[in-house]
Design a protein around this ligand. Structure first.
Ligand SMILES: Nc1nc2c(c(=O)[nH]1)N[C@H]1C(S)=C(S)[C@@H](COP(=O)(O)OP(=O)(O)OC[C@H]3O[C@@H](n4cnc5c(=O)[nH]c(N)nc54)[C@H](O)[C@@H]3O)O[C@H]1N2
Ligand SMILES: Nc1nc2c(c(=O)[nH]1)N[C@H]1C(S)=C(S)[C@@H](COP(=O)(O)OP(=O)(O)OC[C@H]3O[C@@H](n4cnc5c(=O)[nH]c(N)nc54)[C@H](O)[C@@H]3O)O[C@H]1N2
Ligand SMILES: [Mo]
Length: 777
């Protein structure tokens, strides 16, 4: 149970990032070297940057207030200088601002949705700390769902089950190796992404598990604009599909299977509802347009005979269809996940070992991996007394349109009038689409308060910045509900400069504030419950231990856990297949849908005014749209291989991947030649929304007409000559701030057309990693 197989150096401690667990080697009380945790099969090199970013100019060293904010100037955000404050003055100022805004405008006018991945660790989780603080203070407007897969989070409960429960019981590679013969991966299974797991992991096993499935005879089809979206060892057939057209392909596969009478009629009858109401659309009786392979060829760019061959292959062999999460981050992303489930239902393999549908195998290291399921306790956040919320990606819309109505999941709501924004553990100037629009919206906010360890683009756009510690500077418990490990993280370095833990910062503000409905100032006792860090860790651990014993895991006592540093949990005996109970006995294990079955037709969604069954809807920007005459390249802004989003972009590992200091993009040699662009050339990527500077890497294994660039280059507007252009290569200057639909209102980053032009002159130097000027006290 306790890991001592490779005799780890007893003088080391452990630290964990979302990218994995590492042993920390120290000299004279300072960390000098990290080595991967000894059980990790495929350690991520991203961890290296945790040490080289521990200090340096990008760390925020003291609480600061923006100079222009003191003078009532909102325009200078992003390029302003700051004035240092002592902690007491800073906490007084934050408390005063929160009190002013709450008193004058109400708690709704405080937006603390604070979306983001923050850092690993169950106690020092920035959003949970912020949520608990706000809930005790009297509440705030919050956000619903994620940037990762909001469309799936909203549609799946109507048609099969909530996304989190499906992910917890996700089909594993072990089951696929034993039960499937074919995996058709829409959006591929990009191995770079399985470096991550929210909360970390003790061992990355995706590559080994996929290789084992291949060795067991499973074949792969990679449906993606990029051949590299499946690893070479899988020897996948590559179907280079036009971006955003997967629903058309899935419909044509379904059409072919049904036309040739190869569908599983019994399963559609026993476990599904509404097939008969979908059929007229699929076969064309409803709209005069049969969804044939020929029809789909026009849309997807894939030859009809290949579509027919694939359909026959899928229907004649045990198959799993998988969709990457990127398919949800596009206009009408809801339809892709609905149609995926319907396609799997037509094939009939749902709930049978290793077949059916997969929801993002390998998108993070736990999806598809054979792992323990352990409901670790978290830092308790309490209840928000305010009901106001937005779908997370509507932030710019909310700021620009106070009081305006919006729809979400069948309901009708209104945006609040936001005056103050509070962020801890995320970076909207990384994650949001159309950053030029976000910048305009940001100008509406009176006060932006941010906790950050680093001078990120968000910190640069904040009015009050409070310096936060990083994981290496804290004690914590790192564990994920889908992992075979848990770790006691030990503080290995002193907090940088004057930085403090988020918990301590909030306790300090709580001491200065009157909670709503009370006459007394100070709710720090309620916030901390009188516990320090060590006591909170013990409480979280003991609660987890209680939950573990209910799951059949016997965890050691807290002291033993701290001493050993790592716990190993036994994975399940049998490989897991999603919905196997429902398959075996649908009456005894009904789905949480209105019918208890898979809803191929949903009365609920039809009642909301949406299509009652999955449909192909032409996106507003794609290679088949009119706009492609002006902007003929489809931009895919995918997850970065060398960092987590924008985290550690200033570290050595991420910087080593830049080309001439810019975030590189990949382009097909034909597209490059047509624009007189050669390998390594600097280019301007642009559309009507904005532009960014990138450097080209030629990639013949990319569908012509598609450009790919990783997200996460620290946003660096060219303030003096071209503020709509990011000098560093942040693709969110180009993406559209477009909801998936009025159902989920999710983000649609992957629906984006651009043009590229070779730069003839040297562009301005990148300044993203130069901190702002900070004036002393
Ligand atoms: N164009 C495009 N845009 C996208 C996507 C895409 O595919 N294309 N993907 C989207 C997706 S799926 C996601 S999940 C989002 C991710 O967006 P985010 O999760 O917002 O991105 P991160 O860079 O992880 O931001 C986390 C921030 O928290 C800070 N931080 C870390 N630890 C701590 C801590 O302990 N305390 C405090 N106070 N701060 C801390 C880090 O320094 C960092 O600035 O991006 C989305 N944006
Ligand atoms: N190294 C690393 N790993 C990460 C992250 C990170 O920042 N760094 N972020 C994590 C997070 S928060 C998330 S949500 C997951 C996201 O996981 P995903 O959403 O799967 O990740 P992406 O890299 O955005 O997209 C995967 C692939 O989808 C393909 N694709 C894009 N659009 C289309 C389309 O319309 N059709 C088809 N067929 N293919 C398309 C692209 O070629 C791309 O390489 O990754 C996680 N893993
Ligand atoms: Mo995500």
């Amino acid at each position: 149970m306790i890991d001592d197989r490779d005799d780890p150096d007893p003088s080391t401690t452990l630290t964990v990032g979302h990218w994995g667990a590492y042993r920390v080697h120290s000299e004279n009380g300072r960390p000098t070297r990290l080595t991967p945790f000894e059980d990790d099969l495929e350690p991520s090199p991203i961890g290296d940057a945790m040490l080289d970013t521990l200090s340096g100019p990008c760390r925020v060293s003291a609480p600061v207030v923006r100079k222009g904010w003191l003078e009532g100037d909102r325009e200078a955000r992003g390029r302003d200088s700051y004035v240092e404050l002592g902690w007491d003055d800073a906490l007084d100022l934050v408390a005063r601002e929160l009190d002013r805004v709450r008193t004058d405008h109400g708690h709704e006018s405080i937006y603390a949705g604070s979306y983001g991945w923050a850092s690993a660790g169950r106690f020092h989780h920035a959003q949970s700390q912020l949520r608990r603080f706000m809930n005790l203070f009297g509440g705030c407007t919050t956000s619903k769902d994620s940037y990762s897969y909001a469309a799936a989070e909203v549609i799946l409960p109507h048609i099969v089950a909530p996304m989190p429960s499906l992910l917890l019981g996700h089909t594993s590679w072990k089951a696929i190796a034993e039960g499937a013969k074919l995996v058709v991966a829409f959006g591929g299974i990009a191995v770079r992404n399985s470096q991550m797991n929210p909360g970390g992991t003790g061992s990355h096993a995706q590559q080994a598990e996929m290789r084992a499935a291949r060795a067991a005879g499973v074949e792969f089809v990679n449906v993606s604009p990029a051949r590299a979206d499946t690893m070479p060892e899988l020897d996948a057939d590559w179907l280079p599909i036009r971006p955003n057209t997967d629903v058309a392909l899935m419909l044509a596969l379904a059409h072919t299977i049904i036309s040739e009478d190869r569908h599983d009629e019994a399963f559609l009858k026993s476990h599904c509802t509404g097939f008969d109401r979908f059929l007229p659309y699929l076969m064309g009786a409803a709209d005069g347009m049969p969804k044939t392979a020929d029809w789909a060829e026009e849309i997807t760019g894939l030859p009809a005979d290949k579509i027919v061959t694939l359909a026959r292959r899928m229907a004649s062999t045990p198959t799993l269809v998988n969709a990457s999460w990127s398919l949800t981050r596009q206009q009408n992303g809801e339809q892709a996940y609905w149609m995926l489930v319907v396609l799997a239902a037509i094939l009939g393999g749902i709930g049978i070992k290793g077949t059916g549908f997969g929801l993002g195998l390998g998108a993070v290291s736990s999806v598809g991996s054979h792992r323990a399921h352990m409901p670790w306790a978290a830092f308790p956040t309490g209840r928000n007394p305010v009901r106001s919320f937005i779908p997370v990606a509507r932030i710019a819309d909310m700021l620009l349109n106070p009081g305006a109505p919006f729809d979400y999941d069948g309901g009708h709501y209104r945006y609040p009038d936001t005056r103050l924004v509070y962020w801890a553990g995320g970076n909207p100037f990384h994650h949001h689409q159309d950053l030029n629009r976000l910048r305009r919206a940001w100008g509406r906010i009176e006060t932006v308060i941010v906790h950050e360890p680093f001078w990120t683009p968000l910190a640069r756009h904040a009015d009050i910045v409070l310096p936060a510690t990083v994981g290496l500077e804290r004690n914590d418990i790192a564990a994920s509900p889908r992992d075979n490990y848990a770790f006691a993280m030990k503080r290995a370095a002193d907090p940088y400069g004057q930085s403090r833990n988020d918990h301590a910062i909030f306790a300090g503000i709580a001491r200065r504030l009157r909670p709503s409905g009370s006459n007394e100032t100070g709710f720090d006792d309620a916030f901390t419950e009188g516990r320090g860090e060590g006591e909170w860790l013990r409480a979280i651990y003991e609660e987890s231990r209680r939950r573990a014993s209910a799951k059949g895991h016997d965890l050691p006592g807290f002291g033993e856990f701290l001493d050993s540093g790592a716990i190993r949990l036994a994975p399940p005996d049998e490989p897991v297949t999603m919905l196997s109970d429902f398959r075996a006995y649908p009456a005894g294990h009904p789905l949480p849908t209105p019918s208890g079955r898979i809803e191929i037709f949903s009365e609920t969604l039809a009642g909301f005014g949406h299509a009652g069954h999955p449909v192909w809807i032409e996106p507003s920007e794609w290679l088949g749209s009119e706009l492609s005459a002006k902007f003929p390249l489809h931009l895919i802004s995918h997850q970065p291989e060398r960092r987590l989003h924008s985290q550690l972009d200033h570290g050595s590992h991420s910087r080593a991947g830049k080309l001439q200091g810019r975030e590189p993009c990949r382009m097909n040699p034909q597209d490059a030649a047509a624009r007189n662009i050669a390998e390594g050339d600097l280019v301007r990527l642009f559309n009507d929304r904005g532009a960014c500077i990138s450097a080209v890497r030629l990639d013949a294994d990319l569908l012509p007409g598609v450009v790919m660039i990783a997200t996460g280059a620290w946003y660096d507007p060219d303030w003096d000559t071209d503020p709509e252009c990011c000098r560093h290569g942040n693709p969110n200057t180009l993406t559209r701030d477009l909801p998936t639909s009025t159902l989920a209102q999710g983000p649609s980053a992957q629906t984006c057309l651009i043009e590229a032009k070779r730069l003839e002159t040297e562009p301005p130097a990148v300044t993203a990693f130069d901190p702002p000027q900070v004036l002393g006290r």
